[in-house]
Ligand binder design. Structure first.
Ligand code: SF4
Ligand code: SF4
Length: 413
């Protein structure tokens, strides 16, 4: 395992981090196969992984609990632990302390090494700031409950830079892979954060597993022609690690074979270690995926901001994912949560007022208004019902947690 240094804390973190958002499910069932998940986590830690990342939203609150169990028996001391504050559960300054204290109990620890504000949007960050989140982070760092503050986001570049500049963060977490160089924060955001001395943790290096799964035949042919043999997942991971600005790449591992494959890929993933031939092969694969995309949006952001609030490249990216990887059903859920308002403000395609401003700025000369109409038709069916239901679910989870704590306090008294 190789390690990279966090500039502000001095921690040496494994370049492969264990993401606990997709822990293994029991055979033929849903939820988490706890024994298997614990075995996998400890195996990865025994093989050099020292950064583990979870959140209350993963597995509807169960991921933190299982990770807390996995880190018993001396494993807590071997890792730097990351979890997140869910903005959608916060309605007051007091909620922040309550949620953090509950997380410490679930994770069976007295401190979180890397604490993130989860999936910030422009709107959720503004709302949290008004509720005092920056003061909360500083106070929790001072009293030792958290060691380092950071944030994760899928926001576009401008918002990303504003958030980077708003606080003395130690780190941030962004989506980055060879198809998303210009999407969300992208390469420019990665370099911007690194230039401000932030460690950068990468999520979705395989775009939700799609770049490592069964790949289109045309893509497979390009990989197969390489004299260097790597699996599609190893190519994708190596591309991310090739950037010296990257600190940790998180992989949501739930299969023993995938863990070994990722550990192997991390063995010699030094920055700038890919050859010119490797890089041009990855460029060929990227071009092939772009050719297969439904909307030829490069994510350049020239069309932004939209006066109606549409996240134009964000909507196109998930629409393209849905068509490129039809076996993956998560694109629509991600669309609804990111653009439909589950995580913060709304930015879905259906908000378009057809003013035409964006089309004048698009270097690809895309018929953006027509494309957005298609996106809206395909991705927003049932949105007005699904979003309130999901929000209700999150609220219930939060209330259930509160009731449990009241009950627990009552028993002790
Ligand atoms: S045409 Fe639609 S998406 Fe484009 S700028 Fe106007 S409102 Fe926004
Ligand atoms: S300007 Fe065109 S290519 Fe660039 S992000 Fe907007 S829609 Fe995509």
């Amino acid at each position: 395992m190789l390690y990279r240094k966090v500039p502000k804390s001095g921690d040496e973190l494994s370049i492969l981090g264990f993401g606990c958002m997709r822990l293994p499910a029991p055979a033929g069932g849903s939820g988490i196969d706890e024994e298997r998940a614990i075995r996998q986590l400890r195996y990865a830690i025994d093989h050099g992984v020292n950064y583990v990342d979870t959140a209350p939203a993963y597995h509807f609150g169960k991921s933190e609990k299982v990770l807390g169990r996995a880190l018993e028996d001396g494993y807590r001391e071997k890792v730097r632990l990351a979890t997140k504050l869910p903005p959608w559960s916060v309605r007051s300054r007091g909620d922040m302390d309550r949620i953090l204290d509950n997380q410490l109990a679930m994770l069976k620890t007295d401190h979180i090494d890397y604490y993130l504000l989860h999936s910030l949007t422009k709107e959720s960050f503004e709302r949290l700031k008004k509720l005092g989140v920056l003061e909360f982070l500083s106070a929790a760092r001072k009293d030792g409950r958290i060691r380092n503050a950071g944030f994760s986001t899928h926001a576009e570049l401008l918002t990303f830079k504003e958030i980077v500049d708003a606080y003395d963060w130690t780190f941030c977490q962004i989506q980055y892979n060879y198809l998303d160089e210009q999407n969300q924060a992208g390469t420019e955001g990665l370099k911007y954060a690194h230039g401000k001395n932030l460690a950068v943790m990468i999520m979705e290096p395989l775009r939700g597993g799609n770049l490592g799964g069964p790949v289109p035949e045309e893509v497979k042919k390009i990989w197969d022609a390489s004299p260097v043999k790597r699996s599609p997942a190893q190519w994708a991971l190596r591309w991310v690690w090739d950037h010296p600005e990257v600190t940790v790449v998180l992989s949501g591992m739930n299969d023993e074979g995938h863990i070994d494959e990722n550990l192997k890929a991390a063995e010699d993933a030094y920055p700038r270690s890919l050859s010119a031939d490797d890089l041009s092969r990855i460029a060929l694969v990227r071009d092939e995926y772009k050719r297969l995309m439904k909307v030829g949006c490069t994510g350049c952001n020239y069309c932004m901001p939209c006066p109606a609030g549409v996240d134009i490249p964000g909507c196109f990216s998930l629409y393209n994912s849905r068509h490129l990887f039809p076996h993956d059903r998560s694109a629509k859920f991600q669309y609804l949560s990111r653009h439909g308002g589950l995580m913060g403000g709304v930015s879905y395609a259906g908000l378009c007022r057809a003013c035409g401003k964006c089309e004048k700025a698009c270097p690809q000369h895309l018929p953006i208004r027509d494309c957005l109409r298609d996106v809206s038709k395909e991705m927003e069916g049932g949105m007005r019902i699904i979003i309130p239901v999901l929000k209700g679910g999150l609220w219930c989870m939060d209330q259930a947690g509160k009731v449990k704590r009241i009950f627990f306090r009552g028993n002790r008294a």
